[in-house]
Design a protein around this ligand. Sequence first.
Ligand SMILES: Cc1cc2nc3c(=O)[nH]c(=O)nc-3n(C[C@H](O)[C@H](O)[C@H](O)COP(=O)(O)O)c2cc1C
Length: 213
Amino acid sequence: MDRVPASLPAGPLEKERLEALSLADMAGFLAAMLADGLENPSSPLRKPSLATIGLEGEPALRTVILRTADIGRRRLGFFTDARSPKVAQIGKEPRASVLFYDPRCDMQLRLSGRMEVRIGDEAAWAGAAPASRRAYLVVAPPGTPSPKPVSGLPADAEGIIPPLERLEEGRPNFAFLEFFFAEADIVLFSRAGNRRARIRYEADDEHAEWLVP
Ligand SMILES: Cc1cc2nc3c(=O)[nH]c(=O)nc-3n(C[C@H](O)[C@H](O)[C@H](O)COP(=O)(O)O)c2cc1C
C-alpha cells in the first residue's frame, strides 16, 4: 500500500471514469479517504463510526474522531475515555469495524480488523491538543445517568480550556485505541452504476477483487 493516494472525486463518478476504474484505483480511493479524514478537519471522513461487540454480544456503534492513520501499516488511532463502555467491550472482544461515508462523492469505506486499547500511551497523550485533553477531566464515567443535562466536566473546566497542569489530571482516564485493519470494503454509488471492491491484507501481501455491489 505504498502507492500514492488518488485524489477523491469531487462528485459521484460519471460513466467514462467509472468504466475505466481499476482495483488499484479503488485502493487509491481508500488511501485518499483516510488521508482526507486525517488532514482535513472539516471532512466528513474525520468522524467515522466505530462498531464493537457489546458485552452480551449485541452490536455497539458510535461516532469517533480519526486521530492517526498509518495507511502503509494499516493502522488507525482514536482517543477515548478509558472508563467508557467501548473499552470494556474491546477488552472482551477485540474484533471491530470502522465505517466511513463521504456524501460528496457517495463513497463508503468499511474496514474490519481488531482494536487494541493503550492506557498510558505517552506519544498519544502528547499528540492530544488541550481541547481534546479536557474531555478526560469528566468526573463520572461516560454513560453515568444524570438528573439534569450536563457536560460532566468539573466547574473549573466548564466553558474554558484549563492550564496544562490541570489537564494532566485527566491523563489516567485517557485511552488510545489502535485499530489494525485486515480487510477493506469500498463501495462507490453512482447513477452510472455502482462499484464495490474488497481488499484482504496478508502479512506482506494483499488480494483485491471486485464484488457485486
Ligand atoms: C461528532 C462526535 C465525535 C465524537 N468523537 C469521539 C471520540 O473521538 N472518541 C470517543 O470516545 N467518543 C467520541 N464521541 C462520543 C461517542 O460517539 C460516544 O457517545 C461515547 O464515546 C460513548 O461511547 P460508548 O458508550 O460506546 O463507549 C463523539 C461523538 C460525536 C457526536
